[in-house]
Design a protein around this ligand. Sequence first.
Ligand SMILES: C[S@@+](CC[C@H](N)C(=O)[O-])C[C@H]1O[C@@H](n2cnc3c(N)ncnc32)[C@H](O)[C@@H]1O
Length: 222
Amino acid sequence: MKRPLRTLAYRHRWFYDAVSAISALSVGGPERLRQLAPAMLASRLPVGAPVLDLCCGGGEGAIALARLGLRVCGLDVAPRALDQARERARRCGLTVQWIEGLAEDPPLAPCSQAGITIALALHEFSAAERRAVLAACTRLLQPGGWLALVDLHPARGVMALPQQLFCALFETETAIDFLASDLSVELEQAGLAVVQRERLAGGALQRLLAQKPPLAEPHPPE
Ligand SMILES: C[S@@+](CC[C@H](N)C(=O)[O-])C[C@H]1O[C@@H](n2cnc3c(N)ncnc32)[C@H](O)[C@@H]1O
């Protein structure tokens, strides 16, 4: 089911930006929110490493990755979001490759990425679609490559009510299903090892770092 406010938010970017800005206050504002996933890759990857921001939206996360000196592709299904991303990168004087495509089947070579980020997007996919997206990440990552994820987490305490309200107004059944799922288990099922898991924003967000297993060292001849 489509929530009317969500349709409005996607049609009118200013509305989406305003809602995201309010939601981001709990982690220090929109810029800090967009840096949560890139920051996880920063210390793990050398300058120039190829990284992909899946479901890049207006490009804020991809641009944060490019500022770290990484070689960045941003992929999204929405041409309008990609236009905004392109314009934002141009204004910042940064080079990012923008690709229109499906996160479930990105048109990129297997083992081509040292890192992948997915921020605030997985909750928009059904369980079957999430499996396809995570399988695509495993396929695209180089052995030893990293996947950084930021997304909703079932909040408790003071954040529970605002989150329920937010979901009721903006989100679909996929978000409700996502909140009931265990992302760590889904990552492990996709063949990735979860190495870090944090809760942020009073428990309303989760941030995970997972790794594709490195290639086994060849045994020295006996
Ligand atoms: C809530 S926005 C998040 C955007 C961005 N990652 C951020 O942090 O602001 C979700 C994005 O996922 C994109 N998206 C949804 N389904 C997709 C799919 N199947 N393949 C690629 N992108 C998709 C939407 O177009 C939208 O830009």
